[in-house]
Design a protein around this ligand. Sequence first.
Ligand SMILES: Cc1cc2nc3c(=O)[nH]c(=O)nc-3n(C[C@H](O)[C@H](O)[C@H](O)COP(=O)(O)OP(=O)(O)OC[C@H]3O[C@@H](n4cnc5c(N)ncnc54)[C@H](O)[C@@H]3O)c2cc1C
Length: 432
Amino acid sequence: MRRYPKPGDIALVVALLVPLVVALPRLGWPGAEGAGAWLGWIGRTTGILGLAMLLLAAAVSIRLPGMDRWFGGLARLWHLHHWLGFGAFILVMIHALALGLAAVSLSLEVAVVTLFPPLSHAAVWFGWLAWLAMVIFLAPTFDFFGRPHYQRWKRLHLVSAAALVLGLGHALLLAGETALWWLLGLAGLAAIAWRKLVSPRVARHAYRIETVTPLARGVVELVLAPEGKGIEHEAGQFVYLTPLDETLTAGHGEEHPYTIASAPGDARLRIGIKDLGDASHALLGVTPGTRVLVEGPYGEFYGRRFPERDRLWLGGGIGITPFVGGAREIAERGLAGGRVHLVYLANGPDRAYYLDELEAIGARVEGFTVTPHFYRELGPLTEAFLREHCSDFTEREIYLCGPPAMNAFLKRLLADQGIPASRLHSEVFDFL
Ligand SMILES: Cc1cc2nc3c(=O)[nH]c(=O)nc-3n(C[C@H](O)[C@H](O)[C@H](O)COP(=O)(O)OP(=O)(O)OC[C@H]3O[C@@H](n4cnc5c(N)ncnc54)[C@H](O)[C@@H]3O)c2cc1C
């Protein structure tokens, strides 16, 4: 079984290649003209591709509920956004280097003037300023600088709008064909304007926190009731939650992604929250009755992948929440398709927050089985444990969600059993 490209992937590749294809007749083919001509050609093509990538990276950051599914969910779309931005940066570096080296083949003086002409050559200086803006907003993403503070990094990302405008100025002054650049530029800038200015005002739904139920140390479940028309979701999807409680010690007015743990069709949203940082810690003490804004839903953890097949769900820590939503759906609507076996990975019974409810659903619904695995008693999950409790696990569609280290461990364990990556579906609660 193969993973097929999503419709959004194909649209992205087309949008990326069109500016290059349109420009190719103007760029010509260096053929046997020598190294200098080739370097000039490489410099120009990488410039075109690099700018197209930068503008598309901005365009795909638009975040519209439903649109992320064209790309396989928002987490995957963020990875595409990340790689487009990174690819743009590398291509822009090659662009400048290749054009400089092409000019060196004439003379060093020509090379210096090509790269650093008098200030009146606005096009080139727009290019350098765009590059500088890219360095500023991309630098914190490189591991070299350590892990960036998420909210500071997001604010710094606004500099990308300057890179877009300057890069566009560079292209419009130099390129023969401007209509496409206008189109891509507008798509990128419109996406940023939507995210920062329009969406916070029109795309968020008001909810009120009804209850805050402690589930374990550092873990609560919030129940949110819609004030007006709420959202409709599928199991395993997530929302961006913005608390408006001004008495919170952190995270007031900040949006954070959380999985919806309630069954689809339930107008109230249930959200399990674990203390993983300052904003989530503050939410543990949020006052019932206060308001939050909810944007979404996003993601397609379960997607529409072969519901008729038997499934194995492996959930650990707070990564159990998409499976809680899935189990609550099964409790209300019964099993739609194959059997489901949930292995709940927790350090011990005290950390298996939802186990009682999940086991009660397992006792009621035939074909839905729940097996806890406690790390403190049994150590890491093994193939033998899986085979003992779910003998046909290698034949099933497998869904994983947990901390990054757990996901990586499970993927290795399952790959060692010869399970192809195409049958593993995973979500990591981390976008960077
Ligand atoms: C798809 C998805 C679903 C999630 N579902 C749940 C859930 O059901 N329950 C739960 O407790 N947690 C969930 N999380 C994790 C939750 O979003 C983070 O714990 C929370 O944002 C941390 O913020 P903080 O300020 O408390 O901690 P910080 O110290 O700021 O961050 C801790 C970690 O969370 C990441 N993070 C912080 N802010 C964001 C953000 N706005 N977007 C993406 N990542 C961020 C950081 O990269 C860091 O790795 C989910 C995350 C994702 C991506």
